[in-house]
Design a protein around this ligand. Structure first.
Ligand SMILES: NC(=O)c1ccc[n+]([C@@H]2O[C@H](COP(=O)([O-])OP(=O)(O)OC[C@H]3O[C@@H](n4cnc5c(N)ncnc54)[C@H](O)[C@@H]3O)[C@@H](O)[C@H]2O)c1
Length: 253
């Protein structure tokens, strides 16, 4: 049994919720009637965004709280806040991420640390922080946002490939380890999505990726959020240790 199947209001914590995909995930979970803890680096912006999300939803409740996913103390504070505010935590969406564009030779140790700390270590710290709450509630659901760059190479973004590949591996390892506690762990691996992250990518590179994508476009963040919502909620109650690739067919070629 998972806590996500119970009659009480289910509660999710979304990281990087001020970003394109995090915002879309927050709206999708609110539409399902979940309470959402809206987290990102800037606490005031999270609280303001939570007010906005609440006005846009007729069902769920949103509250904002700062979280730096690379900091274990920050995770302690936000899980304590979620427990105080809602009494329990059923869903974690490890979405926060940052891109590094350099290849194997030009990637600096600083870029490596920034990208791996956020995407890989942050995902581990998040799973580690919420597990006690979920265990005591009898279960829960974790969705880690990886990337198709965890599956294929690109000729650049070496640290990002390394970190997103690790997210896929950690997802499977955690799914096996946490299954006895009723905690499901899955990943979503998007292809190119139109957000602030890709707005910083050179247009030429974007056009090349889109030309190689069978559906011939980038995804809208809502299309990624739909996959996250499916895995997060009770409809995926027998799904764990797997990933949904949301890439318009890019990796099918
Ligand atoms: N946009 C894409 O094409 C794409 C493709 C594949 C995977 N992804 C992944 O999707 C996720 C969301 O990306 P997005 O496109 O919405 O990017 P985005 O830049 O719009 O949002 C990322 C958010 O993460 C937050 N963040 C960064 N470092 C953080 C930290 N240490 N602690 C807490 N929050 C932090 C940022 O403040 C930002 O709000 C990321 O993990 C990204 O790697 C994106």
């Amino acid at each position: 049994m998972t806590a996500a199947s119970g009659p009480r209001t289910r509660v999710a914590l979304v990281t990087g919720a001020l970003g394109g995909i995090g915002g879309a995930v927050t709206r999708a979970l609110l539409d399902q009637g979940l309470g959402v803890v809206v987290t990102d680096l800037d606490g005031d912006a999270c609280r303001a965004a939570a007010e906005g999300f609440k006005h846009g939803s007729t069902t769920g409740t949103a509250v904002g709280h700062p979280l730096d996913v690379t900091d274990p103390d920050s995770w302690q504070r936000v899980t304590r806040f979620a427990r105080r505010r809602f009494g329990h935590l059923d869903v974690l969406v490890n979405n926060a991420g940052t891109l590094g564009i350099h290849g194997l030779e030009s990637c600096t140790p600083q870029e490596w640390d920034r990208v791996v700390d956020t995407c890989q270590r942050g995902t581990w710290l998040g799973m580690r922080a919420v597990t006690p709450c979920m265990r005591s509630a009898g279960g829960g659901s974790i969705v880690n946002v990886s990337s198709i760059y965890g599956l294929v190479g690109s000729g650049a973004a070496f640290a990002y490939h390394a970190a997103k590949g690790a997210v896929r591996a950690m997802t499977r390892a955690a799914a096996v380890e946490l299954a006895p506690a009723g905690i499901r762990v899955n990943a979503v691996s998007p292809g190119m999505v139109s957000t602030a992250m890709t707005a910083a990518v050179p247009q030429e590179f974007m056009s090349e990726v889109i030309a190689r994508t069978p559906l011939r476009r980038a995804a809208h963040p809502d299309e990624v959020a739909a996959a996250v919502r499916f895995l997060a909620c009770g409809t995926a109650s027998f799904v764990t240790g797997t990933e949904l690739v949301v890439d318009g067919g890019f990796t099918a070629l």
